[in-house]
Ligand binder design. Sequence first.
Ligand code: C5P
Length: 320
Amino acid sequence: MISCRVIITKTMLKVVLAVLLTGTITLLFLSYSSEYFLYQSLQEEDDAEFMRRFDESVEPFLNGTNDLSLEVFDWWKALQPIEEQTLDSYQTVVESLLKTFPTISKRPERWRKCAVVGNSPNLKGSHYGRLIDSHDMVMRMNQGQIKSYEEDVGTKTTHRLMYPESAQNLDDNTHLVLTPYKIMDLVWLQKAFTTGYVGTIRNLAPYKIQANKNLVMVINPGFIAYVYHTWMGKREHKYPSTGFLAVILALHTCEEVSVFGFGADSDGNWTHYWEKKKYKNLGTGLHYGKLEYFMIEQLAAREKIYFFKKSSPITKDLPM
Ligand code: C5P
């Protein structure tokens, strides 16, 4: 009797294991094949179809005239739901921001040759510094370092994209470009230039920031939504990284775009060129790194941008 029960239990265990295994394999297969078809279909689009994503009517920068629809606002506020956010409170914050930074409402010039510099370790040993510095506009982001890396990343920065948790002080000639992921980011910007910021993100964001107040720019949350919906095909639970936003921003504001320093390490982590790997399973965070990289590759394949992928010696063919 006892041995019969043992046999039944063992058989049940085997069945459960077999079901679990089959389920896992099926899920893996489905997710792999849906990814495969996604990339395949993107690749098969002709240039006109691919570039239909480009919508010139979307304002990249917040300037006081770009009202958000409730739908876009609801999407944006769900990115980092750490606070009570309403469309009214957003509008109030924007109005007061425009008073502190009147130059925000000025339409920025169009740049000729732009370099977008991401923070990938593939910049190490690249000797791209001189090439990067030859651009009229050099966009860097977050904590991207320069000192001790000049040979590979250059020295010039005309624009630095950042959010409060990644902020750093800037010199007087660099544009601070805020990428707001929540209303609190806008509040932080205003306070960090005036009274000092004390609030929810205080332990991650600086109390004060040094930068030229007249060169402050703010990405329009509607532009972030556009990049997500149009360029990333609404991949759920993810939103565009600062770097991908910068690439599409450059596409909208520059005549010629060169992209440097993008690409995860061999384990799929977004590590940085100035750091030793900190976390083993960092991945690409809340961003769909693989898709973003693929879209950048597609833009390059369709000759909309230059993409400097890996460290390679500079040749005469590079657009100096
Ligand atoms: O890590 P952080 O967001 O500061 O890096 C800036 C941008 O550079 C990222 O948003 C991402 O688009 C890009 N990046 C990358 N590969 C890495 C690190 C960063 O493509 N290894």
